[in-house]
Design a binder for this molecule. Structure first.
Ligand SMILES: Nc1ncnc2c1ncn2[C@@H]1O[C@H](COP(=O)(O)OP(=O)(O)OP(=O)(O)O)[C@@H](O)[C@H]1O
Length: 328
């Protein structure tokens, strides 16, 4: 962690290209700032460069350009410092199928140079915490997908990391296992103040977990903000006011420039970004005219709308999956 800035991860102008002449540009100048103790979600369609970003920040591959600091260590000069401070789980998981859960955890403790007693103690505590104690002595090859993910994360936690990279942590899990994983991730942030860097293709996952979301498309960040901020940027949001009778509806309709109305439902739809200042302005206008609405609801576009609007305008001919996302 960087004690002077409170920033867990920062990156400036990260670039990465593949191919003999570097003609396949994967990251084209990625900037990120992630405060410590928060959950950050990097969202993007297949092939956007999410895994590449995680691999660079976790020192698994080198960037071609740009700079980054992770947990207070510089990527270019102190990769060892970063490795000691982070945990990585996901598509390149370290779980050994032939070993039991307990053995996997002990192996991790050995790699972290913990003494045997401390290693055992931490392992047992993690198995308990992740509800894997009963299966502790069974080979991992007999585990369900959800159990393996939990073990993978438990193995990461043996080293007590301050920053954890979770690359698509719930891909392929059923809804119940996904929710369990979300609870675990929330618990890590709440109880231990760790920083989570998450990549996901699930908008709901980003919405549920992340303090801030960045949308990556074709190697650049095309939008960044809280889920609410991103949704508010989309057209289609409105405030819906319901009135007690037709007279009130009529009077209110005359107060606003562009409104939709539904006479049967006695409602007005006022285009809005859903922000509090707009909401207050609408209520003030009604108040000043002595009209009171029976109910007020704010409708904001969901994250699906945001994702499709931001990433749907260019197709990636090399990646049929990205077309699938774009065409939805
Ligand atoms: N070693 C490599 N050599 C050549 N191209 C690569 C290599 N690794 C990744 N790529 C390409 O870089 C692009 C980005 O890949 P990356 O795995 O970072 O995307 P992603 O956003 O994580 O996608 P997904 O959601 O499908 O995992 C892809 O087009 C991929 O084919």
């Amino acid at each position: 962690m960087n004690p002077t800035t409170g920033t867990a991860v920062s990156a400036l102008g990260l670039r990465k290209a593949y191919g003999p002449g570097g003609e396949k540009v994967v990251l084209d100048g990625v900037d990120l700032t992630i405060p410590e103790g928060t959950v950050f979600a990097l969202l993007g369609p297949n092939g956007a460069g999410k895994t590449t970003t995680v691999q660079i920040l976790s020192t698994l591959i080198e960037a071609d350009g740009g700079e980054a600091q992770v947990a207070g260590h510089d990527l270019a000069t102190d990769a060892d410092g970063i490795r000691a401070a982070i945990g990585v789980t996901g598509q390149f998981a370290a779980v050994d199928n032939l070993l039991t859960a307990e053995e996997n955890l002990m192996l991790m403790a050995d790699l972290q140079h913990l003494d045997r007693t401390e290693g055992r103690r931490r392992g047992a505590r993690l198995l308990e915490r992740f509800d894997l104690a009963e299966a502790a002595r069974k080979p991992v090859s007999t585990f369900s997908g959800g159990m393996r993910r939990k073990l993978d994360l438990a193995m990461t936690l043996v080293g007590d990391p301050r920053v954890i990279f979770l690359d698509e942590p719930t891909t392929g899990l059923d809804p119940r296992s996904r929710r369990t994983m979300w609870e675990i991730i929330r618990g890590l942030v709440a109880d231990q103040g760790v920083t989570i860097f998450l990549t996901t293709q699930y908008l709901e996952e980003a919405d549920q977990l992340a303090d801030r979301i960045a949308v990556l498309d074709h190697g650049t960040i095309v939008a960044e903000g809280t889920a609410e901020e991103l949704k508010r940027r989309m057209p289609g949001g409105h405030i819906r006011l319901r009135f007690a009778d037709a007279a009130q509806l009529e009077a209110a309709a005359g107060l606003f420039a562009s409104v939709g109305r539904d006479d049967e439902e006695l409602t007005l739809h006022i285009p809005s970004d859903g922000g509090i200042p707009t909401l207050r302005a609408v209520l003030d206008i009604l108040d000043d005219s002595g009209i009171s609405a029976e109910s007020l609801t704010v409708h904001t576009p969901d994250l699906d709308d945001v994702f499709l609007a931001l990433t749907g305008n260019r197709e990636n001919p090399e990646n049929p999956d990205s077309r699938k996302v774009n065409a939805r």
